[in-house]
Design a protein around this ligand. Structure first.
Ligand code: PEP
Length: 250
């Protein structure tokens, strides 16, 4: 929808040391010029970098986010980090339910919903990820899987201001493979319809990002699809040239 301001978001995953803040600095200083000020920009970093990343981008057209959080505010959870802690570092968003979390850490949709509520408790925006595996797509189950994940992962009090949904086909993440524009259009229209059912007018206005092997060479085509309101970018968010190349397609 043209009335929704797009979001171009990076996910650094388990990549990034202090030296990489130079790359982040180049992204921050170049972002507004690259996209003509028409797009919101975000880079989600490992927890270890968030505070310095937030300082690095301060006053520029880019925000910083986390990649996951625990559902609780504090307590006996060794090694975990809460949404409040991530907020305290200067973040604006937290990704929850990324397929790598669902797979590597066995996170259920119910866990993802609890984490989304934690993000809101911390005053931040939740980026909730959904998407089918290759086996599910081959079995023709894509839309059913999206229904289950949306029903389970999106809390009923989500709004267009506190939530972004990212459609990330698992088989397209980090593989160089992307769905056809028709498949992207079908999945995004389906997600939009479900969000409108659940959230009414907020569902109309929620941003739905596409993620999975987005790069400068395919971004224009993918970002032009109906109901695609931006991108969630893994590999191509690590280098300023790639990230700004994607932003520049707007
Ligand atoms: C991601 O991990 O969210 C992602 C989309 O990765 P990539 O862009 O590398 O496929």
């Amino acid at each position: 929808s043209p009335s929704i301001r797009p979001l171009v978001a990076g996910n650094w995953k388990m990549n990034g040391l202090s030296a990489d803040l130079e790359e982040l600095k180049a992204m921050a200083t170049g972002f507004e010029e690259a996209c003509g000020g028409a797009v919101d920009g975000l880079i989600c970093t490992p927890a270890t970098l968030i505070e310095r990343a937030a300082r690095t981008v301060e006053g520029q057209g880019l925000s910083v986010g986390g990649e996951d959080c625990h559902a609780k505010e504090s307590g006996a959870h060794t090694g975990d980090v809460s949404a409040e802690m991530i907020a305290d570092c200067g973040a604006s968003h937290i990704i929850v339910g990324h397929s790598e979390r669902r797979t590597d850490h066995g996170e259920s949709s119910q866990t993802v919903a609890e984490k989304a509520k934690a993000v809101w408790r911390g005053g931040l925006v939740a980026i909730i990820c959904v998407g089918e595996t290759e086996a599910q797509r081959k079995a023709g189950e894509t839309l059913e899987v999206l229904d289950e994940q949306i029903a389970g992962s999106v809390p009923g009090n989500a709004t267009a201001d506190n939530m972004v949904v990212a459609y990330e086909p698992v088989w397209a993440i980090g593989t160089g493979l992307t769905p056809t524009v028709d498949d992207v259009a079908e999945a995004h229209a389906h997600i939009r319809a479900r969000l409108v059912e659940r959230l009414g007018e907020h569902g109309e206005a929620v941003r739905i990002l596409y993620g999975g092997s987005v790069k400068p060479s395919n971004a224009a085509e993918l970002m032009a699809v109906d109901n695609v309101n931006g991108a969630l970018i893994g590999g191509a968010s690590l280098k300023a040239q790639d990230f700004l190349g994607i932003a520049a397609t707007y």
